[in-house]
Design a protein around this ligand. Structure first.
Ligand SMILES: NC(=O)c1ccc[n+]([C@@H]2O[C@H](COP(=O)([O-])OP(=O)(O)OC[C@H]3O[C@@H](n4cnc5c(N)ncnc54)[C@H](O)[C@@H]3O)[C@@H](O)[C@H]2O)c1
Ligand SMILES: [Zn+2]
Ligand SMILES: [Zn+2]
Length: 343
């Protein structure tokens, strides 16, 4: 089978490899789709903490079960060959302080498939621990379902925000994550959802996803302050601007990943005087199962969010296109023979 391999920092190759064998309580999956996101560019550039090269990238994956390792169904699971599945890429040690106090996403030995030290899904077949595999309904679109992993991150984001009926929510960034946070906002009780992005094409997708208030700057909006303001850009200017838009008693969420060595300015006086809460959120925590259910219930407009699929041969092109901010969600479909554009 063929696999895209990040061989070292900034280098990748398309390699011929043996199909992996599923180990004890592991499942072998034929890959349907794997989303590209900012994490893949950070891993490729050697900026992700702990990455071990060579590594097959790809952590937003779906596929079909082709083989079960030993003892997969000896406990609660009932997986069968042919099942359609989505995969939670996070694995944790189960032993550290954070695993033991319910913050497994902060595990000191956190390992993401395709991110840290275990191969991901940018290959024709991949293996995953059975406890990371979630069964999908046969009628669920297996390609669109690759949005379940980012949706699980967005649900975790909402888990640490207030969910009050009637709140006004402002989201910076209409990329995949901003669009997901904004689409979940009404389910979290928001009476209005405003989204800001410098890229007008992204605002068009926000419109298709049902987000009513869309601007290239929050200055254009008909209000000055919001109860909940979420940064989904990782851009320092956006974060600094966002922090000034939070209502007294409101929340700012740092969802976007800013460069590790950058700092941002804010008014500590306003945080004190207005009792503003600043919260972080990191990846998936106990939210993958809910993401499967919400996805299958139609909580997001997946069709509007995906613009391109690429074969393994075109992996570099997908990475370059992501860096330029072109298109919407870009996917790799390792078993496809041609790359496609969805208008
Ligand atoms: N916290 C988590 O668990 C988690 C999970 C996944 C992704 N992320 C992070 O979330 C961020 C968004 O991810 P994405 O996949 O949607 O990325 P993306 O690049 O597709 O989207 C970012 C959007 O922000 C817009 N933008 C950039 N600067 C801006 C500014 N100053 N003002 C307004 N808009 C601006 C861009 O035009 C783009 O549309 C990234 O930083 C990513 O690393 C965090
Ligand atoms: Zn991702
Ligand atoms: Zn741990």
């Amino acid at each position: 089978m063929r696999a895209v391999v990040f061989t070292s920092e900034g280098e990748l190759a398309l390699e011929e490899r043996a199909v992996p064998e599923p180990g004890y309580k592991e499942i072998l999956i034929k890959t349907a789709a794997v989303g590209i996101c900012g994490t893949d560019t950070h891993v490729f550039d050697g900026e992700f903490e702990g990455t071990v090269f060579p590594l097959v990238p790809g952590h937003e994956a779906t596929g079909t079960i082709v083989a079960l390792g030993e003892d997969v169904n000896s406990g609660v699971f009932d997986f069968q060959v042919g099942d359609h599945v989505a995969v939670n890429p996070s694995t944790t040690c189960g032993e550290c302080e954070f695993c033991l106090n319910g913050h497994q996403n902060l595990c000191r030995f956190w390992n993401g498939l395709g991110v840290v030290a275990s191969d991901g899904a940018s290959q024709e077949y991949f293996t995953a621990p059975a406890s990371n595999v979630y069964k999908l309904k046969p009628e669920t679109d297996l390609y669109e379902a690759a949005l379940i992993e980012p949706l699980a991150c967005a649900i975790r984001g909402w888990d640490v925000l207030p969910r009050r009926l009637g709140d006004h929510v402002l989201v910076y960034g209409a990329g995949t994550m901003g669009l997901l946070m904004a689409q979940l906002a009404t389910r979290a009780g928001a009476s209005t959802v405003t989204i800001v992005d410098l890229n007008e094409a992204r605002l068009k997708t926000a419109e298709e996803c049902g987000i009513e208030l869309r601007y290239t700057s929050a200055d254009e909006a008909d209000r000055e302050k919001w109860d909940v303001v979420i940064d989904c850009t990782g851009n320092i200017r956006a974060i600094e601007d966002a922090l000034t838009r939070v209502k007294p008693a409101g929340f700012f969420q740092d969802f976007g990943v800013a460069p590790a060595d950058r700092t941002a300015q804010f008014s500590p006086f306003r945080v004190y005087r207005d009792e503003i809460s600043i919260v972080g959120t990191m990846a998936v925590l106990n939210s993958f199962g809910r993401a499967v259910e919400l996805f299958e219930a139609g909580a997001i407009n997946a069709t509007a969010m995906i613009s391109h699929s690429f074969t393994l041969d075109d992996y570099s092109q997908a990475l370059e296109m992501f860096r330029k901010g072109e298109g919407r969600k870009l996917q790799i479909r390792p078993n496809d023979t041609e790359s496609r554009v969805f208008l």
